[in-house]
Design a binder for this molecule. Structure first.
Ligand code: BGP
Length: 488
């Protein structure tokens, strides 16, 4: 067997892209609720009102970053389509969906909790109906012996905190977050064993994700310091609430290769990879690495720290590294090198690799390379909590959805995982392909970009009855799990 007998096969989603019910059950508004849909060459827009009451809209780029003017507040315009409001309606379909996940044999299910469903304004008021909703979801998962894997914060925050505190730029938000994290970890301490604090911490920026109104390095790294402290506090607190908790970090991993053996390009790729390693160094090793302190000096960034912050980082190191992997990129010193779309940034094209319909470089061996690089640096268990192929799946006239391309993509990445385990000795906890059921694309706000083993009839013009149907990959993945990855 390549994978351990308790390998966590499952699937992954995020609240703002799947849950819907944005005003059901006492939920408060989140930043993503004020972000419209987008599409090809059509950015998603933050709709807002200025402090003078003027309406405005600000584009977010594919890295989901975008800013609204100081003092402006998110505003939901009438007669405007906001994908997160209903998404693909997990809120009303959770029993049906979980039964389908169980039919595939899921051993775990990665999902996020919506902070503003638990604390509607993000502060110290708790919404019991919100807590009850996730109690019901976890009970349904555990009925089928599916372990919840909970992301505490996935790319959104309570709108009130963005509007009134400038989001994570304010140190007070640490305490609000800890109150929220403590509330859910205590409430679900006997139902949820696996947690992770912040989704893709290394790409968090802008108003949608962290509520800041500027991405200048001082503002951004000060906000990230507050997030690091909050994450470390949540990890330390979680271990006190239940010593059996496994609490991880989560980063977007996009390994970079030098375009040539030219030393300048090798150095360029080392520096690109450090952009993610900085976040892993802080959360796994528990301190700011020297290369980043040197960068702060060059940028004139002066992180305002409070007494005990650095000790807190040391006490709140994580149990595992969760990460997303979709693609690799190339580092070059040639500014005219051909580029291609990537996950949250424009990548340079690798002449040896194909790209997806959305331009993302398809590189299964890159997953093995990333697993080796990360495991060799940190020697903690790894968990691939996002991997998948966004494609414009269509229902054939006979009612089937033949997504052989997705089977090929997932199969090749599982083969790479096997090699990392069998030949490179990587300790791999589990694998939860992204968007195991069709959900809204974060970067483009589209339904058209589908990832699921399950097709959802919901379309970018707001039509569709949310009905679910199995794609060809559903039975294929079911057999992968049944054979613990032996048959692909
Ligand atoms: C990752 C995010 C996920 C998901 C994924 C796919 O960066 O963690 O939330 O969005 O990207 O990207 P997209 O939805 O833009 O296709």
């Amino acid at each position: 067997m390549s994978f351990s007998k308790d390998f966590l096969w499952g699937g992954a989603v995020a609240g703002n892209q799947y849950e819907g019910g944005y005003q059901d059950g006492g939920r408060g508004l989140s930043t993503l609720d004020a972000v419209t849909g987008g599409g090809y060459k059509k950015p998603r827009m933050i709709t807002y009102k200025t402090k003078d009451g003027e309406f405005g809209e600000a584009p977010i780029d594919s890295s989901m970053t975008g800013n609204i003017p100081e003092g402006a507040v998110g505003y939901i315009k009438p007669d405007t389509f906001y994908p997160s409001h209903m998404a693909t309606d997990f809120y009303h379909h959770y029993k049906e969906d979980i039964a389908l996940f169980a039919e595939m044999g899921f051993r775990c299910f990665r999902m996020s909790i919506s902070w503003s469903r638990i604390c509607p304004n993000g502060m110290y008021e708790v919404n019991e109906e919100g807590l009850k909703f996730y109690d019901d979801v976890f009970d349904e998962l555990l009925k089928y012996n599916i372990q919840p894997v909970v992301t505490i914060d996935h790319f959104e925050m309570p709108l009130y905190l963005a509007d009134h505190y400038d989001g994570w730029a304010s140190r007070e938000v640490i305490d609000f977050f800890i109150f929220y994290a403590e509330t859910i970890m205590k409430r679900y301490k006997d139902k949820v064993k696996y947690w992770m604090t912040f989704n893709e911490i290394n790409v968090l920026s802008g108003w949608c994700q962290i509520g800041i109104h500027s991405n200048d390095p001082q503002t951004l790294y000060q906000a990230h310091h507050h997030i690091f402290v909050a994450s470390a506090k949540a990890v330390e607190l979680g271990h006190k609430i239940n010593p059996d908790f496994k609490i991880g970090m989560m980063a977007a991993v996009i390994p970079s290769y030098p375009m040539t053996c030219r030393p300048e390009e090798v150095l360029e790729s080392i520096q690109f990879n450090r952009a993610r390693e900085f976040y892993m160094d802080v959360q796994v090793k528990g301190y700011y690495p020297s290369y980043k302190l040197k960068e702060f000096e060059r940028l004139g960034v002066k992180i305002r720290m409070e007494e005990g912050d650095l000790e807190q980082l040391g006490r709140g190191t994580v149990d595992y590294i969760g990460f997303s992997y979709y693609m690799s990129t190339v580092s070059t010193i040639n500014p005219d090198a051909e580029q291609t779309e990537g996950n949250q940034f424009m990548a340079f094209k690798n002449p040896y690799l194909e790209t997806s319909d959305w331009g993302w470089t398809v590189d299964p061996m890159g997953l093995r390379i990333a697993l080796c690089q990360i495991y060799d640096r940190y020697h903690v268990p790894l968990f691939i909590v996002e991997n998948g192929l966004g494609a414009a799946d269509e229902i054939s006239p006979d009612g089937t959805v033949c997504d052989d391309y997705r089977i090929g993509y997932i199969k090749s990445h599982i083969e790479a995982m096997k090699q990392a385990v069998e030949y490179d000795g990587v300790e791999l906890m589990g694998y939860t392909p992204w968007g195991c059921i069709d959900i809204v694309s974060a970067g483009t706000g589209e339904m058209k970009k589908r990832y699921g083993f399950i097709y959802v009839e919901r379309y970018d013009d707001g039509t569709g009855d949310f009905s679910r149907r199995k794609k060809k990959s559903f039975d294929w993945y079911k057999n992968v799990i049944a054979t613990n990855g032996e048959v692909l």
